[in-house]
Design a protein around this ligand. Structure first.
Ligand SMILES: Cc1cc2nc3c(=O)[nH]c(=O)nc-3n(C[C@H](O)[C@H](O)[C@H](O)COP(=O)(O)O)c2cc1C
Length: 224
């Protein structure tokens, strides 16, 4: 059984370009193998805890190997639960709009929750930073009103793709496929073409995620 965690971040639902493309990915993924499981995390329907003082104190206590206070311990347990749900997946699908050249605040909030020392990354003076979420792949579906892949000058304004690819790599996920859904703020016909092209890519990548997971399973079998 392979488990994919789908993180949905557009509040526009049936008007959302990123969700529309993600649905094609999910259909292809589920059709490929009846053992494939999808867990959906809709960040507009999930109350994330505040990343407040107790939580930050708990984070630094973990980093410095110190005992947390009861309040810090409670805050850390909440963070750990959400992070454990993230780590339980074999692969990830994140669909998101570009907002102000980056990602919606709900997704940044989620990343602030799960990017934690000892849970998704570690640091030692000898080895520096190490990602702990290894052996997994991620697909990013990035919808944007403008077209950022057209030149280096506009690509430099794209903090959606660069940030997501960097932070996933930071926690250990280096096998990343990125599908650009752009430009969505265009005439109806052009937008339809953009969506069709993105859906084709999504379907093809969903099949490859499946093949890769099968290979990982075989490798595990050989080890045991
Ligand atoms: C709050 C907000 C901010 C946006 N900022 C940008 C932006 O900086 N650059 C851009 O190209 N499009 C921007 N857009 C347009 C969206 O990226 C575009 O409509 C995209 O298709 C939305 O994805 P969705 O349909 O999945 O929600 C913004 C839209 C909203 C609602």
């Amino acid at each position: 059984m392979s488990k994919l965690l789908y993180i949905e971040t557009s509040p526009r639902k049936d008007r959302s370009a990123s969700i529309d493309v993600a649905q094609s990915f999910l259909s292809a993924y589920e059709d490929n193998d009846s053992d494939n499981q999808v867990e959906t995390l809709d960040l507009w329907d999930f109350k994330l805890p505040e990343f407040d003082g107790d939580t930050i104190n708990a984070k630094y206590r973990v980093m410095h190997g110190e005992a947390p206070s009861p309040e810090e311990q409670a805050a850390w347990e909440t963070i750990t639960k959400i992070t454990d749900q993230f780590k339980a997946a074999d692969s990830y699908l994140i669909s998101t709009p570009m907002w102000n050249f980056s990602i919606p605040y709900k997704l940044k909030h989620y990343i602030d929750i799960i990017s934690q020392p000892g849970l998704t990354w570690s640091f030692t003076p000898e080895e520096g930073y190490q990602g702990l979420v290894t052996g997994k792949s991620a697909t990013l579906i990035l919808a944007r009103g403008g077209e950022y892949s057209s030149s280096a000058e506009v690509a430099a304004m794209d903090f959606q793709r660069t940030y997501l690819e960097m932070i996933l790599g930071f926690i250990g996920i280096n096998d990343i496929n990125t599908i650009l859904v752009e430009p969505t703020l265009t005439d109806v016909e052009s937008k339809a073409g953009v969506i069709v092209s993105a859906k084709d890519q999504a379907t093809s990548i969903a099949s490859r995620v499946q093949i890769k997971q099968s290979h990982q399973f075989l490798i595990k079998l050989q080890v045991y």
